[in-house]
Design a protein around this ligand. Sequence first.
Ligand code: NAD
Length: 360
Amino acid sequence: MRIGVPKETAAGERRVALVPEVVARLVEAGHEVVAERGAGSAASFEDGAYTDAGAQTSDTVWDADVVVKVQKPSAEEAARLRSGAVLIGFLQPLTDREGIDRLAAQGVVAFAMESIPRITRAQAMDALSSQATVGGYKAALIAADRLPRFLPMLTTAAGTVQPAKVLVIGAGVAGLQAIATARRLGAVVFGFDVRSAVKEQIESLGAKFLDLGVKGEETAGGYAAELTPEQQAQQQAELEKRLPDFDAVITTAAIPGRPAPKLIPASAVEAMRPGSVIVDLAAETGGNCELTKPGEEIQTNGVTIVGRLNLPSEMPFHASQLYARNVQALLNHLAPEGSLVLDFDDEITAGACVTRREET
Ligand code: NAD
């Protein structure tokens, strides 16, 4: 198969869908890979590394059999895809109906990385998890950087410094990575999630579970179900009482396909100590804090609220490397013998496919 790797064009996007290490494996498996000139340069993968790995570099990658992307293509890019071509990327099928309809009208067979079922067999393809790992790590580093204090306890000739207290709300993949990173930096860490099964995972990382007395339901897929309005009000009230104890709060709470639940009302931010920091990883879907401004970093009453978007793109080398391995695992699944065999009775293929031609 001829696999095309365009340079990402979405604002601020520095990742690339295939890195040279993965290109070499695909070429070895008999595929032809064409990378757009400069495709990986923002992630520190130069064109020479792609050609060394066996790829061609070219300006025309959109006519390939399979086009692999990180972000969904723009309308203009999508128009360059061939009818019958396969497209792989974060295509936002739950929120970008127009984009998906456009691909369908063009006869593109599109696979959304976020729609791959999160079953054991598909773990190697789980790009939501690989990118959430990067986001959670980076969120802890941002919190540490913005705090006007140390994270670890220090004993110095000038006296002892008490460790910072960090709270991580939402202990899925990103939250657990944020907990682990803040722990390694020496903070005293607490975690909270509405899924009670997570308590043990939080504790296994050396953090404490903050009991807010709110327990949500879990869906069959292992995700949290949306809280009832009463539960949400209870969670907000409890957090308002507890937040002044913490120096940094990292929020990652999400419900797939829904706006982020509002957990921290403005009144709770007001109650926090000056110098405290909130890093809101849920800013992508509106934010867990009422005052978060997606894409911005603001200060209010001495509290810094970081609503930066697309944190994985801020660590593009490893984010791309992990993503590329996820893409390779999906390609191996769709083309186990080297050419595409799309079996729509298969749970992974059917789950990930968001547009297909009638005859496929
Ligand atoms: P996510 O990004 O959708 O949500 C992040 C976290 O927010 C979740 O842990 C969720 O429970 C929590 N949350 C939602 N509402 C909340 C609220 N009001 N207050 C506090 N927390 C709230 O989730 P994710 O990190 O992508 O993964 C969620 C689940 O999927 C986990 O159970 C994880 O173990 C599971 N998972 C399974 C696989 C697999 O089997 N292959 C892979 C990855 C993740």
